[in-house]
Ligand binder design. Structure first.
Ligand code: HEM
Length: 256
């Protein structure tokens, strides 16, 4: 008889799936709230983006945790699928869809699509590989310093004030508005954040199930929470490309 290996047990893998999924959901909620600051204007959005970039090592720790979570989440989903298949009798012909929904049956596909989207999205807005010009978008900013300095230029003493425009930072606002002003880019983003919403509508309720949070009264509530998170993320994320594409959000500000 083969020895019991906890790494191959369904429950162990489901717990890994739920824990990594929970981290990814928290990231998505935070990311969506951050993106919504586009509606507060260029100054607010760029200050937020600049703050994130200035966190240095912390940013890299978060990135590594995210990357590890994504890798573990994907590997574990494949493992669970294999465990599930091997538990079924060979000649299992009739598919039993009782209790399964369109969302749950398409998890693997929406998951793969989100993974592909995240890869494209990083090349687009983070690494600027698809649009190298984004890296050159700079916005002058600076605290309105009152300090005046007397400096010597070519033997002449002149006064210089350290005022506005002495610092410059990446213009993430212009990058997002320019990106979404191309309708096909907006459509791609809207479609993929729909997949994010569909995936999470089932994933969050499945996570609660793994945690053992169920019962005749609790399950319907947690199912609603799951739907609110899924559809809330879809609406929040898609509101940015929709507003740029349809209502011209920010176009005047960045001169488009
Ligand atoms: C319309 C929806 C979205 C918008 C407008 C958006 C916007 C952005 C922007 C502007 C950045 C770059 C930040 C910077 O470097 O200054 C970014 C980074 C990122 N986004 Fe999104 N995003 C959206 C949806 C998503 C979704 C659905 C996911 C996940 C599936 C995602 C995952 C990421 C990741 C992993 C990063 C890299 C964070 C880092 O710097 O390490 N985004 N996003």
């Amino acid at each position: 008889m083969s020895k019991f290996n906890p790494f191959n047990s369904t429950i162990f893998n489901k717990v890994i799936m739920a824990a990594t999924g929970a981290l990814l959901v928290l990231f998505l909620i935070g990311h969506m709230l951050g993106n919504l600051q586009v509606f507060l204007g260029r100054e607010v959005f760029n200050t937020y983006a600049h703050f994130l970039q200035s966190t240095g090592e912390l940013l890299w720790v978060v990135r590594l945790v995210l990357l590890a979570s994504i890798i573990l989440h994907v590997i574990t989903s494949i493992k669970l699928k294999l465990l599930n298949n091997s538990a079924k009798p060979e000649n299992y012909k009739v598919k039993n869809y009782i209790k399964s929904t369109l969302y749950s049956r398409t998890m693997i596909y929406t998951g793969i699509l989100i993974f592909l989207f995240a890869f494209y999205h990083l090349l687009h807005f983070t690494a600027h590989v698809t649009n190298p010009e984004y890296a050159t978008y700079e916005e002058p900013y600076g605290p309105k310093l009152q300090t005046e300095a007397i400096i010597e230029v070519d033997g002449e003493m002149i006064s210089r004030s350290a005022g506005d425009g002495i610092f410059s930072r990446h213009d993430a606002f212009k990058m997002v508005i320019t990106g979404f002003s191309k309708w096909h880019i907006s459509v791609v983003y809207i479609l993929f954040v729909l997949f994010v919403g569909l995936h999470l509508t089932h994933a969050v309720q499945s996570m609660f199930q793994t945690l053992g949070w169920n019962g005749p009264r609790l399950t319907p509530i947690l199912n609603s929470v799951s739907r609110i998170i899924g559809w809330g993320l879809f609406i929040g994320f898609s509101s940015v490309p929709v507003s740029v594409m349809i209502f011209g959000l920010g176009k005047g500000v960045v001169g488009l």
